[in-house]
Structure formats: structure tokens, C-alpha cells
Design a protein around this ligand. Structure first.
Ligand SMILES: [Fe+2]
Ligand SMILES: [Fe+2]
Ligand SMILES: [Fe+2]
Length: 418
């Protein structure tokens, strides 16, 4: 069963990242368009290859969400002088967490001087060189306005930038008027056209959705741990309840993406080491509607309905729709319990992780108020130790890649004194 189309996966990741900050993705889209036109003109690639490259070019600055947090607007700095950090983090992120690890080095090399790049035997180095040219054109044409000269990088041809790449750029600019199309917004249609050629296997789509979950770590790493814990608890409960394979799959996807709307919420609120003010709670709660807007018409409604009901409660006291027990299905009820438990057993900025007896007391209390589903809570409580042991093991396994990535980044950062 197809829960999401390939193109929609791409659009979803792009638009969710835009919620953290729109600039890197808007710049990424413009760069992707220019790179697409240059490669199309070169005539060596099939449409589906161009589509994959366009996707990676769009995400070429994904690393800034982690490394430049709080100073994303200072683009000129991290795109010229201090470009190492985001290039490395972006590379590691795509290498470990995306289904396109082969293209990840494009990100690593996108700021590298062409002379250096030539020494590498990486097969996609020309794409990195094209991204480098396209991003220079985008940044400088926007910041210099009428002072911008298309040939301002000519002096660097063959040393810092690719001479052949520059020629290709001039040729495409003369033929297609790329910069003007960027200004008018017309380029978006062509990007949209090539995105139609994206073809991802089900396994790749799963990986992209997992990558999307890891994107929550750009705002708060504890959100990644929470999401993985919830996924694992759901899996254990689903197993014990003997759900069918399609039901397990729907639950898995719904759980994976249930909190992606949190990426639109300021970090200060998510990680506030105190009780939130009523206004802040109101803002925090908008994460469900925000996710709803992003997911609607992109993912199958069965999956979306699971994700969007994770804060609903059986007595109608939940949000955003105040649904009641009889209006919800068992999968939604399983995620509600798993989400509560994952919040309780993980550390918060304002409290430690809660011990078993406290968790069980809270769950039983919620059942007595008819907020959480009794059947689901009973299954969890009756085998709490074994379930939680497996959850800890499974989540450690899933988190391994993410932790490897962060560790490698730290090591590289130290080595290069970033
Ligand atoms: Fe960059
Ligand atoms: Fe860039
Ligand atoms: Fe939530």
C-alpha cells in the first residue's frame, strides 16, 4: 500500500524544514533549479537522475539547521568564510540518515575549492562544483542587487570554481534567463516538473520519513528520543495485541511523524525548564494543526488520522478536536498511551525520568478518568518490565546511527577547530 507518493515525501521534508527557518530551503530550491538546468543542458543524465540530484541540491545546506542555529540569517558568513561546519554536518546527516548516501558527499564538497575537488575521485564531484557556482550566483545576485556582475567569479575560474561549470552557467543563463525566472518565481514550475520524476522504493520512503523524524533533533534532541521511544512502545503493544501487518505499518508511520509540527514551535518553549505560561501552552498545542496542514493531501488519511489524534483523550478533554472514545480507533488509542509513556520515562528539561511505579499510577489514573484506553494501558502495565526492556534495547539500536553521526561531527569539529 502506498502511504505517500515519492514527490510528496520530498515536498514534505522541504516544507517541514522551512518551518524551522525558510531561508536555507528557499535558497536550496533556487540553487537546485540552476543545477538542474545546467545538468539538463549537459545532457548526460536521465530525468530520474536529475530528480535525485535536484533533491540533494535542495537540501545542500541542511546542515545549517544544526550548526548555525539562531544565526541562520547570517548566510553570507556561513556560505563564504565559515562553511566547513554545515558542509560536514549536512554530509553526515545525509550519509547516515537518508536513503541517498551516495550523493551525500556532494554536500561535503559544495564549498570546496575546485582545485582541491579535482583531486578527489568522487564520481559526483561535478555536481558539487555546479552547486558551488549556483549558490554563489544566488547569494551574490540577491545581496548585490544591481551591482551584481554575472562574470564576477571569472577570475576564480579553474582555481576556486570550475571553469567548465561557469561556462555552462553562462550558457544556461543566456538560453533560459535563470536569474530572471528565479526573481519572478517562474522557476518553481520547472522544479515541480522534475520532482515528478522522483521514484523512491517503499524502503526509501520509510527512510525519508525516519530522516524527517531525525530532523526534530535540529530543534531538540530529546524530541528524537521521545519519538523513537513512542515508536518502540507502539510496536510492542501492537505485537501483544496481535494487530495485522497493515495495521502495524499504519501505526508505525503515524507514530514516526506525529510530532513533526513541533518543528514550527520555538525551541525556548519546547525546552523551557519551567512551567509554561497559558499563552505558551496555546502556542505549543498548535503543533497538531500545523502537522495536519503539512500532511493533508500528502499522506494517506489513515496514517494522518493516527498522528493528529495523539493528544486527544477518551473523555473529550484532549485537543485539537476534543474527540471522544467512540470517535477514535484502536491505533489512535495505542499512540496516545505510547506518547504519554514516552514523555514520562524520558527526562525533561524541568524533571527527571519517572520510575515505573509513578508511571503506572499516572496511567491508571488516566484510565479511571476515561482519558486513556483501559485495554491498551492494561496490556502495557501487565508486562511493563519486559516491554520497557525491549523498548530500551530497540530504541538504543535505532538511535545508534544518530549518535554515531553526532559523535563523528564532534570529532571532526574538534580536529578542524570549528
Ligand atoms: Fe553551503
Ligand atoms: Fe548554499
Ligand atoms: Fe505532541
Amino acid at each position: 500500500m502506498e502511504y505517500i507518493k515519492s514527490k510528496d515525501i520530498f515536498l514534505l521534508v522541504r516544507d517541514i524544514l522551512k518551518m524551522i527557518h525558510p531561508r536555507p530551503m528557499e535558497h536550496g530550491s533556487r540553487v537546485a533549479y540552476m543545477v538542474y538546468k545546467m545538468l539538463q543542458e549537459e545532457g548526460r543524465y536521465e530525468e530520474f537522475e536529475l530528480a535525485d540530484i535536484t533533491m540533494v541540491a535542495t537540501f545542500h545546506d541542511i546542515g545549517v539547521y544544526k550548526t548555525e542555529r539562531g544565526r541562520i540569517n547570517d548566510m553570507l558568513r556561513y556560505e563564504s568564510r565559515d562553511s566547513m561546519a554545515h558542509s560536514i554536518y549536512g554530509y553526515l546527516f545525509l550519509k547516515y540518515l537518508s536513503p541517498v548516501p551516495d550523493l551525500a558527499k556532494v554536500i561535503m564538497y559544495h564549498h570546496r575549492d575546485y582545485e582541491q575537488l579535482l583531486k578527489s575521485d568522487y564520481p559526483y564531484k561535478n555536481i558539487a562544483a555546479y552547486i558551488n557556482i549556483a549558490e554563489k550566483m544566488d547569494i551574490y545576485s540577491a545581496s548585490m542587487g544591481s551591482q551584481f556582475d554575472l562574470h564576477m567569479f571569472q577570475k576564480q575560474a579553474g582555481t576556486k570554481v570550475s571553469a567548465a561549470g561557469l561556462d555552462r552557467f553562462y550558457q544556461c543563463e543566456a538560453k533560459y534567463g535563470m536569474l530572471e525566472k528565479i526573481q519572478s518565481g517562474e522557476y518553481k514550475e520547472e522544479l515541480d516538473y522534475i520532482a515528478d520524476f522522483m521514484i523512491f522504493s517503499n524502503e526509501d520512503k520509510k527512510k525519508f520519513l525516519e530522516m524527517l523524524m531525525y530532523c526534530m533533533g535540529f530543534t531538540s534532541e530529546s524530541m528524537v528520543v521521545d519519538a523513537i521511544t513512542a515508536v518502540c512502545i507502539c510496536e510492542e503493544i501492537a505485537q501483544k495485541m496481535m494487530l495485522s501487518e497493515p495495521e502495524k505499518e499504519i501505526l508505525y508511520y503515524g507514530t514516526l511523524i506525529h510530532d513533526i509540527g513541533m518543528l514550527a514551535i520555538p525551541r525556548e518553549i519546547i525546552e523551557a525548564p519551567r512551567k509554561l505560561e497559558p499563552e505558551e501552552i496555546k502556542l505549543l498545542r498548535t503543533h497538531v494543526d500545523i502537522a495536519g496542514k503539512q500532511l493533508a493531501e500528502r499522506m494517506s488519511s489513515e496514517v494522518v488520522n493516527i498522528a493528529l489524534a495523539h493528544h486527544e483523550r477518551g473523555d473529550g478533554s484532549g485537543y485539537p478536536l476534543h474527540l471522544r472514545d467512540h470517535q477514535m480507533n484502536m491505533l489512535q488509542r495505542i499512540l496516545q498511551v505510547s506518547d504519554v509513556v514516552s514523555a514520562l520515562v524520558n527526562k525533561r528539561s524541568y524533571r527527571n525520568a519517572l520510575p515505573k511505579d509513578k508511571v503506572i499510577t499516572i496511567l491508571n489514573d488516566e484510565v479511571s478518568k476515561k482519558r486513556l484506553k483501559k485495554q491498551v494501558v492494561n496490556i502495557l502495565v501487565s508486562s511493563y518490565d519486559t516491554v520497557m526492556k525491549r523498548v530500551r534495547e530497540e530504541s538504543a539500536e535505532i538511535l545508534k546511527m544518530y549518535q554515531t553521526l553526532n559523535l563523528q561531527y564532534e570529532q571532526v569539529s574538534k580536529k578542524y577547530k570549528i
